[in-house]
Design a protein around this ligand. Structure first.
Ligand SMILES: [Zn+2]
Length: 200
């Protein structure tokens, strides 16, 4: 017999109470959602850009780039890392570039990145998971912003050695970029391969 979904009641039990804010947010989403857009997307996706960003709750690629559903293929992890030996990173890149054919891949670094700050104080990384995730990274630079930007450049270099990325770039089908979003001012900087340029 097929399972039936119960109608969710936000006042039920502890779990229901914990979910209430999310359900309230979902109700607001339903009021503003572009239903025809979602219906059109049921058959598949054709995003134009792969974004590799940080899991940081303050950095929301779709919000920063005013993108709707179906536009960005997003991989978020702690520190917007582009590890070449991580299956999660590799699969996202291979799928977005090789299968979906995005025309741009962006590393999105950001101000006040906790992962970069943690690399400055590795003695504070007690948990096994976060330690192994960040142990290959380093803090380099005279200021936090400089360190975050150097960190971003390393991720861009890693992105560009993925075979699927290399091939797409060589064929002129893909461009790679590194951006830095400054939280406090909302300024966006772009790395041009040698210098950082203020976009806006
Ligand atoms: Zn971060």
């Amino acid at each position: 017999m097929p399972a039936k979904w119960a109608i969710y009641h936000p006042q039920q039990g502890q779990e229901g109470f914990a979910l209430k804010d999310l359900i309230d947010g979902y109700q607001k989403f339903l009021l503003r959602a572009d239903r025809s857009r979602y219906a059109d997307l049921c058959g598949g996706q054709k995003p134009h850009t792969l974004v590799i960003g940080c899991s940081d709750s303050r950095i929301i690629p779709e919000e920063i780039f005013s993108a709707g559903p179906g536009e960005l293929f997003v991989l978020r992890n702690v520190g917007n890392l582009c590890c070449t030996d991580d299956p999660s990173v590799a699969s996202a890149i291979e799928y977005a570039v090789g299968h979906l054919g995005v025309s741009r891949a962006v590393i999105l670094s950001h101000g006040d990145c906790g992962a970069v700050k943690a690399a400055c104080h590795p003695e504070h990384l007690f948990e096994r998971g976060i330690r192994s995730w960040l142990e290959k990274e380093c803090y380099s630079g005279a200021s936090l912003e400089e360190a975050i930007k150097s960190w971003g450049i390393r991720q861009l270099e890693r992105l560009e050695v993925f075979p699927v990325v290399k091939e797409a770039v060589e064929k002129g089908k893909l461009k790679t970029s590194l951006l830095y979003f400054d939280l406090g001012t909302l300024r966006l900087d772009r790395y041009d391969g040698a210098d950082w340029i203020v976009v806006l």
